[in-house]
Design a protein around this ligand. Structure first.
Ligand code: TYD
Length: 139
């Protein structure tokens, strides 16, 4: 995880099937969209607008975040640089590779954040202390 940077964090278009009979859109994530197969799916909802989620990095796990509904901001940080990405479209997702500190805030009313994770839940894969994160990144 020590070599990844925010340049490895990218917005990915999710293939969208536009219905010819105007029945709405359908997005599908198969194994050609992400560089891993999802081992775990979870989602955040009913997040108060003044709440902040995340506040950690992963040692090995990659995550793909999609605003299924509403919007929120994702601040990613590699220990040297940070950037903020607003997710507000269900046909775009943010790939956050391992070794990136992330915080999620500014959730709109009704926002739902879907997460496709590369690994099963494992608390040992988390770094939840920012100074510990910086120490690991600085090697
Ligand atoms: P937390 O990592 O604080 O959530 P977020 O990063 O979205 O702010 O997780 C909240 C709680 O849920 C914590 O006790 C760990 C637990 N949890 C699981 O049991 N399984 C999971 O897959 C996730 C993501 C969290």
């Amino acid at each position: 995880m020590d070599k990844t940077t925010i340049h490895n964090v990218e917005v990915i278009d999710i293939p969208k099937i536009i219905d010819q009979k105007r029945r709405g859109n359908l997005c599908v994530i198969e194994n050609d969209v992400l560089p891993y197969n999802a081992e775990r799916i979870y989602y955040l909802f009913d997040v108060p607008s003044d709440a902040s989620r995340g506040g950690h990095s992963h040692i090995a796990c990659h995550e793909f975040l999609v605003a299924l509904s509403g919007s929120f901001d994702v601040i990613v940080n590699d220990g040297e640089r940070s950037k903020t990405i607003t997710l507000n479209k269900p046909d775009k997702g943010l790939l956050i590779v391992d070794g990136i500190w992330r915080e999620l805030d500014n959730f709109s009313s009704g926002a739902v954040c879907l997460v496709l994770a590369s690994d099963k839940y494992n608390e040992a894969d988390y770094i939840r202390d920012y100074q510990d994160f910086i120490s690991v990144k600085m090697g």
